[in-house]
Structure formats: C-alpha cells, structure tokens
Design a protein around this ligand. Structure first.
Ligand code: ADP
Ligand code: MG
Length: 355
C-alpha cells in the first residue's frame, strides 16, 4: 500500500557488483515521510553511495522495489531513468561546471527539464534559490571565485532549482573544514525544511547525522542495521555495532550474578524489566557522559590522561586489568593525572550486549 505522505518507499533492495562475493546493498527497506530528512549513516564501504545511486536511478538493483512520490520507479522489469525520477543530487566534490557562471550552473538543471521554462522564469528561479542558500547577487561569478562552502551552497541551489521531490546528498560536507562544516549542516537542514523538499543525507559522521536528521538509518556491510529518530538510535541502539558507531561508548565485560552485573570496576544492578533475560554474560555499555568519578585513594582505577575540551573534560581512565575507559565530565570535576577514582554510573538501565 502506498501512503500519500510517503515520499519514498524502498522494499528489499539488493545489489551485488559483478566480481564481488558480498552484496554492496543487502535487502534494504524503509520509508521516508514527505518533507523529512533522513541521515544515512555508516562506515566507509558499507553501501551508502550505492544505495543513493540506486535511488537516483544511476545503478540498477538486482532485486527490490522503489516508489518515489507514490510512483513505482524500479522493480524487476521497470527502471525509470534518473532524469525522469525528479530527484536532485549533491556530491562531496560539488561537481560545478568550472567554465560556467553560477547562474549558468543553476540554470543547467532547469533547461534540461521537460517542462521548458521561459528565460525570465529561469532568471526568477535562479534568484529564488540563491536567496534560499544565502548567496544573492553571485549570478555572474565563476565557481573558482567562491569558497568551498559557497560552492557547496551553489551545488545545493542547482539541485533545488528544478523543485525535485527528493534530494540526495552524498557526504556533501566531507571536503569542508570543520568550522564551515558545522555551520553548513544546519544551513542544509534549514534550506531543505524551508523549501519543503525531502532529503537523504549520507554521512559517516555520527555527530553530523544526530544533529540534523529527523530519522537516521544506520548501515553496516550492506545491511540496514537500525532506523529510528536520532534519540532512539542514541539511547536504544539495536546492536553492539550501532552502539559503538553512534555513541562512542565504553564497553565493559560483565557476568551475571543474581540480580547484578559483575564487572572489574564493580557491580551494577540489573533493571527489573531485564531480570527475566536468559543472558548471563556480555558487555555493558557505559556512555562517556554517564560515568561519574569519585576520588578515592583505595580505588583500583586511576586517571591516565585528561583532555580539556573547553566546555568539558574527557578523562582517560585505566582499570586494574589495564582496560581503558573514557569519561566526560563538566569542568567542575578537576582531577589531575594519576588520581585514583571510584566510578558510578548515572543510568538506572545500563544496556547489555550479549556475548
Ligand atoms: P560507501 O559509500 O558507504 O563508502 P559504497 O556504496 O561506495 O560504500 O561501496 C559499497 C561496497 O561496494 C564497497 O565494498 C565497494 O568496494 C563496492 N563497490 C562500490 N561501487 C562498486 C563498483 N562500481 N564495482 C564494484 N564494487 C563496487
Ligand atoms: Mg560513499
């Protein structure tokens, strides 16, 4: 069934490149509501670009169906070409035409559209998208006269100009330095929200994905590991992989003893809801910001290093067995290197990932 408010519906998409033994994309399925931004997150090589190229129509999947704005664009027998899918794309390297002006670059996508626009309509649309991306008045410049961040805004303006129903962004900020990158990620979100266009934003940066997405899809080895809101992905990771990739948490071996998880740094009570579980050993997930440090001369854990991050400290701790743990504290917790500390966890429901 197709629901009208869904801009994209993907069913069981798989793709194995010839010569490869494992699929680049493996039975991926999800839906995206109209007007929302999906962050597609995963390590390098997990299949993000391949999935995006399949959605755009540049790559043919071996199996599966794709519906765009309620219309079937891909199945076993049907393959609607990219120019007829009404999607826009933005790439990591901007891909602007160097010999064309900014106005000509933006006009490019408008002229090739089936519905031919008049010259004045094209001019008006160019001004409109330049205003949207905050670069009014740059029509006559050439790409090399703009900064990297400005060029990426132009690439976004060019993709938005034909009013696509879905915009696909493949690591659009990865070539920019960190300051520009952080500013532009919120700009991309604002621009998409303001224009009402749905988007898929590919990134390997978990912080970027958490910051800008309405929904996050985490991929690993071609599989979609988890789909959820940023809060769900962060607080209820569905697998050890998601937990580690998204939260950078600590993982500590634990064994069940009655109603407690026993670890080398102490015992933690098992939440009542989890008491019936058959699991007897695994790894506890301790988020850096949930670890509280208490100086104690008799403790077996000590501060081995400390990073001052401006708003907080990140402490590196070493346990008796030599395991390293990381903790983030406010700047009010000032402990010098070598200090012995006891640890408590500010979380009544510590996740456990079975062995
Ligand atoms: P990501 O964008 O997440 O880094 P890709 O989608 O580019 O990952 O690649 C997924 C897997 O598919 C990788 O193992 C990659 O080597 C392989 N792959 C991608 N494109 C091709 C291709 N054209 N031919 C063969 N293998 C490919
Ligand atoms: Mg890629």
């Amino acid at each position: 069934m197709i629901i009208e408010s869904e801009i994209l519906k993907v069913e069981q998409i798989s793709k194995t490149f010839s010569g490869n033994s494992t699929p680049a994309v493996n039975q991926v399925g999800f839906t995206l509501p109209q007007g929302e931004l999906l962050g597609l997150l995963g390590p390098s090589g997990c299949g993000k670009t391949t999935l995006l190229r399949i959605l755009a129509g540049f790559e043919k999947p071996d199996r599966g169906k794709i519906y765009l704005a309620g219309r079937l664009v891909n199945d076993q027998t049907l393959l609607i070409p990219p120019e007829k899918r009404n999607t826009g794309m933005v790439f990591q390297d901007y891909a602007l035409f160097p010999h064309l002006t900014i106005a000509e670059n933006i006009a490019f996508g408008l002229q090739t559209k089936q519905t031919r626009l008049s010259r004045s309509e094209i001019k008006a649309r160019i001004s409109e998208v330049l205003l949207l991306v905050g670069l009014t008045g740059l029509e006559k410049r050439f790409p090399h006269e703009l900064s990297g961040g400005q060029q990426q805004r132009i690439a976004l303006a060019r993709a938005l100009a034909p009013k696509p129903s879905l915009i696909l962004l493949d690591e659009p900020l990865s070539n920019l330095d960190v300051k520009v990158r952080q500013k532009l990620r919120y700009e991309v979100r604002r621009i998409l929200k303001q224009s009402g266009i749905s988007g898929i934003f590919v990134t390997h940066d978990q912080e970027e994905a958490l910051a800008i997405s309405d929904h996050i899809a985490v991929m690993q080895n071609g599989y979609l590991e988890q789909l959820g809101t940023p809060e769900e992905i962060y607080t209820q990771p569905a697998s050890r992989f998601v937990a580690e990739f998204v939260t950078h948490a600590n993982f500590l071996p634990a064994f069940r003893q009655g109603n407690y998880w026993k670890t080398e740094i102490g015992e933690f009570k098992i939440p009542v809801v989890d008491l019936s579980t058959e699991v007897t050993s695994g790894e506890l997930m301790l988020r850096e910001e949930e670890i509280l440090l208490h100086p104690d001369d008799n403790a077996l854990i000590f501060v081995s290093d400390r990073q001052f991050l401006g708003r907080e400290y990140r402490y590196c701790l070493q346990t008796f067995s030599g395991k390293r743990l990381h903790a983030r504290t406010t700047i009010n917790t000032q402990l010098s290197i070598g200090t012995k500390v006891r640890i408590s966890i500010n979380n009544l429901s510590i996740p456990i990932f079975p062995e």
